[in-house]
Design a binder for this molecule. Structure first.
Ligand code: C5P
Length: 410
């Protein structure tokens, strides 16, 4: 279940052209199960209407603190108390200045003062306005008070210029909210390391030996841990996926690079989940130049013979130096195309793991690239949990449940 299910989120929309993107954010929040109260500033209402947001949130939209019924005035305290997070997106230079200086001249500013919920600010504006020392000082003041500033992105601005000041994608804003809402979760204060994607072993400057891992399960694991309060290091091999908000990503494209990154990241970690598909073999030598068809000497009838050597097993190596990683919970994956159960049990024992997640990657709804996974969990206490076909986010939740239970036993 998403950390946003049933969460009370207040979205404040200020008067910038990116205000139209806040409609998508509200829609996605509602789809994630959140109860969203939207507050529009007077300037935001020049760009977008309360009707847009009311239709999406299916709740009243608060626009004018001073409306004659007095409902809004009474409601701002209620909203402030109920909120689990207040996100201002887009936050304009003007609204940032108002919030930094504690003004209470409209509904949004009044709720921001009255709430004790975390404040998230997503600045979006013309780049000189963003860079102006006044705006930077206001943002620094808000950050010093504990506000989460979601960095604006660089790219084409509404003015047509290229610069920093774009409102981040909805997925980034959702990631920031999920992290903040989940900060007190059952992995709070824990450091976890997740590996994801496949490695690529170079044959020559243009070719490599790779595999079909998409990284989806590993990225889902990283996000799920973040949403439960963990500090997450995501070590990524080859993958096209964007870095989840609030997760520290380290790229490690080869088995050797991944090994070095894992050994370094695990020093102070509580758990390692190795969902990456690490190459078991790597070329003995990398050709300096592109291998040419005509230049390959054909011995014993073969057109090209590749000589490969075993890569060191990262998980097994960690077991060998267990003393350096006291208490580290280790979770391995077994991606198999036959005899999945036997392979899972074998890996658990051979690599000294706490948990093995085994899946049959020959099944269409399971493993590489698909959104779902059908896995069996092999626990070190002998229990076996065969899960039905589930979204990779749900598989991730089961894996962290098992890790949380193991951490409690340490
Ligand atoms: O032995 P096998 O490669 O099937 O084991 C898979 C598990 O071991 C995965 O969790 C994978 O990330 C990990 N592994 C590793 N180092 C390797 C190869 C695989 O840690 N060189």
């Amino acid at each position: 279940m998403s950390v946003l299910q049933g969460a009370r989120i207040v979205v404040g929309v200020a008067g910038g052209i990116a205000a139209y993107k806040a409609a998508d954010l509200v829609s996605k929040l509602v789809q994630a199960g959140a109860l969203v109260d939207v507050i529009l500033t007077a300037h935001a209402r020049e760009f977008v209407t309360p009707l847009t947001f009311g239709a999406l949130s299916q709740r009243p939209v608060w626009a004018d603190l001073w409306e004659p019924t007095g409902m809004a005035a009474a409601r701002h305290i209620e909203l402030a108390a109920a909120a689990q997070a207040l996100l201002v997106a887009p936050a304009t230079a003007n609204t940032i200045a108002r919030l930094a200086h504690g003004l209470a001249d409209d509904m949004l500013a009044a709720v921001a003062l009255a709430t004790t919920a975390p404040l998230l600010i997503a600045p979006a504006m013309e780049h000189h306005m963003l860079q102006h020392p006044a705006t930077q000082a206001n943002l620094a003041l808000l950050a010093a008070r504990g506000a989460h500033i979601i960095p604006p992105e660089t790219g084409r601005l509404a003015s047509g210029e290229i610069g920093t000041g774009r409102l981040p994608e909805t997925a980034t804003l959702l990631g920031a909210l999920r992290q903040v809402v989940g900060r007190g979760g059952d992995l709070a204060g824990r450091r976890v390391v997740v590996t994801a994607g496949g490695t690529q072993e170079a044959l020559d400057p243009v070719r490599y030996i790779g595999n079909r891992s998409s990284g989806r399960q590993g990225f889902a694991l990283a996000e799920a841990a973040r949403d439960r309060g963990a500090q997450v290091t995501l070590i990524a091999g080859a993958t096209a996926l964007p870095t989840p908000y609030g997760v520290t990503r380290i790229d490690a494209l080869t088995a050797a690079a991944m090994r070095a990154a894992v050994l370094a990241a695990c020093v102070e970690a509580d758990a390692l989940v190795m969902s990456a598909a690490v190459a078991d073999f790597t070329p003995i030598a990398v050709a300096e130049h592109k291998i040419k068809k005509r230049e390959v000497a054909s011995s014993d009838g073969a057109d090209l013979v590749l000589r490969l050597q075993r890569t060191p097993d990262i998980l097994a190596d960690l077991d060998a130096v267990r003393a350096q990683y006291p208490g580290l919970i280790r979770v391995g994956f077994a991606a198999e195309t036959r005899e999945v159960a036997a392979a899972g049990r074998d890996k658990l024992a051979r690599k000294g793991l706490d948990l093995v997640v085994a899946n049959d990657v020959s099944q269409p709804d399971s493993g590489f690239g698909s959104a779902t996974n059908t896995v069996t969990l092999f626990h070190k206490d002998g229990r076996t949990e065969a899960l039905p076909s589930l979204p990779k986010t749900a598989v991730a939740a089961h894996i962290w449940d098992a890790v949380v239970a193991l951490l409690a036993q340490r």
